[in-house]
Design a protein around this ligand. Structure first.
Ligand code: ADE
Length: 229
């Protein structure tokens, strides 16, 4: 059974969005994964299908109601749904490639996209939502974060990516940033391709690439050298 993603959002029109194109779009069309975007507002209350309310204790903004979101989650899942339930939020655990690998190896995902100032805390615990952040900046909603997370997962599914980029040699998969890439012409605007890449010494090329990857990682992301991943 294909990897199955269910998205709960107030903007289902944002899906599949860019995931309907290119690698992920082709894989979607092949049935290598599936995507279902469901509108939380279908579980809204009253004539206006209200999904949010003012924050208890006062303050600005609106809070997504726990009863509404719980109804949306319950309608989108089965009793023993094996899929992790994520809530996209800047408060969440920072997403890293190791977690992406785990999620891609599983049965799929239920992803809740937050909007407004937040989600009632009780439904996070009550429905076992794991909060995930894609970085230390604030988006206007969880949808673009969910698209990012899905893209990272889908490209790792069996058969989605060609052998060229099957992942292993890429940034983070080896724990290092990527070495520099070049292609023809051999010289361009006074800049030449490093000589070692123009000979056929594959051992020398592999050593050069490794040392460049280490140099660039030390320069730009020294934190990665001290992290197991
Ligand atoms: N929603 C708003 N900002 C976000 C972020 N940085 N990561 C995940 N979800 C978000």
């Amino acid at each position: 059974s294909p990897w199955r993603a269910t998205i709960l959002t107030l903007y289902p029109e944002m899906f599949p969005g860019p995931l309907g194109l290119s690698l992920s779009g082709d894989a979607l069309a092949r049935g290598d994964w599936s995507l279902e975007a469901r509108n939380i507002r279908e579980h809204g209350l009253g004539r206006h299908r209200a999904v949010d309310d003012t924050p208890s204790g006062g303050g600005a903004g609106m809070v997504l109601r726990c009863d509404v979101l719980a109804a949306a989650i319950d309608a989108a899942t089965v009793a023993d749904d094996p899929r992790p339930r994520l809530l996209m939020s800047p408060r969440g655990r920072p997403l890293r490639q190791e977690r992406v690998r785990e999620l891609a190896a599983g049965p799929g995902l239920l992803v809740v996209c937050g909007r407004f100032e937040g989600v009632d805390e009780r439904v996070i615990a009550g429905r076992g939502l794991e909060e995930v952040s894609i970085g230390d900046y604030v988006l206007s909603g969880g949808e673009i974060a969910a698209l990012t997370l899905l893209d990272a997962c889908v490209r790792l599914l069996p058969g989605v990516m060609g052998k060229a980029a099957s992942g292993e040699e890429e940034s983070f998969e080896g724990g290092l940033l990527e070495y520099p890439h070049y292609t023809r012409p051999r010289e361009w605007e006074g800049r030449a391709i490093p000589e070692v890449l123009c000979g056929g010494n594959h051992g020398a090329i592999a050593r050069w690439r490794r040392s460049e990857a280490e140099r660039i990682t030390a320069e730009r992301r020294p934190d990665l050298l001290r992290r197991p991943d």
